[in-house]
Design a protein. Sequence first.
Length: 627
Amino acid sequence: MVQSPSGQLKVTVSDAGGRLHYSATLNGQQVLEPSALGLKTSIGDFTRDLTLLDTKEQPVESHYQMRGTKASSACYKANQIVLNLQNKDQMRFSVVMQVSDHDIAFRYDIPRQKFQKKDMKRVRILSEASSFNLPDGTTTFISPQIGPETGWEQTKPSYEETYSADAPMATPSQYGHGYIFPALFHLPNGWLLLNETGVGSNYCGAHLSDYQVGNGYTIAYPDPGENNGFGSAFAAIPLPGQTPWRTVTIGSLSDIVETTISYDLVEPRYAPNTDYQPGRYTWSWLIWQDNSINYDDQVKFIDLASAMGFEYCLVDNWWDTQIGRDRIAELSKYAQSKGVHLLLWYNSNGFANDAPQGPRDCMNTAIAREREMKWMQSIGIKGIKVDFFGGDKQETMRLYEDILSDANRYGLQVVFHGCTIPRGWEKMYPNYVASEAVLASENVFFNEGAAIRQPFDLTLHPFCRNTTASMDWGGIIMNKYLSKDNKSRHTRKTTDIFEMASGITMQTSVQCVAMQPNNLGELPQFEMDFLRQLPTTWDETCLIDGYPGKYVVLARRHGQDWYVAGLSAEKQPLTLTLTLPMFNKGEALQYYVDNKKGEPTLTTLKVDKKGQAKVTIQPNGGLIIKR
């Protein structure tokens, strides 16, 4: 048994019958039923006929600073147990289990050893038996994995499917390919979040199998058809080597939202080449679409960014043909004269997708990246958005890492779209910003159904997708209508205050504020003033209240300033009594809230003598509380 420093979370590992299982209790209550451990490799089967050789126990502790995540510093304390085992052929491996107060993490280590009289210096990891067997009565907040070469131009899987809400575990996955990480579960006695971290070029990305009675969810490797069939579906590592960490966060919703386990277990792969700057960016494509990728329209969005004091403007797909490289250099120079820097879109390209958008053939080889990134640096580009990746194979993970590493040499920050989830990448790669890996804002534009679902999505992701890693949702949308003229197509279903508050509840260090030029003359001055000073980096995050998919109230600290933001997906006004220890008792605060008609107002809110305040969030509405 290994337990957390507080003694509240306890994990028991059993080798009964030559098979490994682990289980867990929190405060004496079962939160994980016996769940399998082990893996199958090219040098042996480590799932059965196992013998425990010895164990080693020690405390582990780390303190570190972070850039661009939910907290600027963290202290990780856990107790570790290493179980050294061998199979019937005397091939050895280890299970490393670490338990902190609300997190379990485990991985497998394989030493260099002789196999069939050969000194093995490498191994193929063919599959894992690792499972997560949750108590009966658990419900799910999970999203299905989709099959390979699906979606628009065969660009999926890209982590852009819808989520369940309190669905039974036995519900079959929509596409028969299991479920993606992160995966959130409501236990009979608490909450549990499954994820993995530490995956770069060293391994393939994993997901969860469909639910199996008696075994729960099992680690599943990529489908052989991912990456357009190129590359292996298993992982290959040198020896000695290890798998990534599988993580289990257990406790209250606050424990889920506030965990830093994705970063606690990983280390930087390289040093930053420059002081990467957070900020906000404008983006024409979301509403004006492909036709806006021309010089004159981009000038309008640069001017918009300048007028709002935003740091960046993103020029999306087709700029290479619709603007041209010479004029992009001119556009970058113009942007810099206005105090703005450009971010450029690229197709990840190569063999993995059929997406036609350019620039193509610029990110898929080291030679092409070197040429392209050197040019971008020479004209003052500060970041790239790379789109359309082909799955989770180790071959694809290597491409992500190569892009990040090369971009760092030229001072470029990186956002990924049409992609996998990040797995500890903010700490591993200092120029990494965020990934989409979610059914994001472009879908609000494309169809009204997604616009209707937006409040559900944005009240869910603080508890799952966005708690494990930065998320580029792609836009605080301020147009009333999803159209350039702001008069046609379908309406936005959320209030202005909802959108503004989402800039706080959604965490990414380079945040899209998807204002349109027309908004400069349409929005109330207090909304403009708020968006002009909206922070994008946070020193501390805590959950005030919420329920996934229904409502969320988050508090984030930037320097000495606290921002409390709330969103509601409820169909009726939601009245809450919030405990606000970050503010002084009796203090009068700025209070951005919708009135009964859903119209934005700026008023004051007073914290009572108990440190509490009563608030009401309107349907699909929001609130913001700050000094």
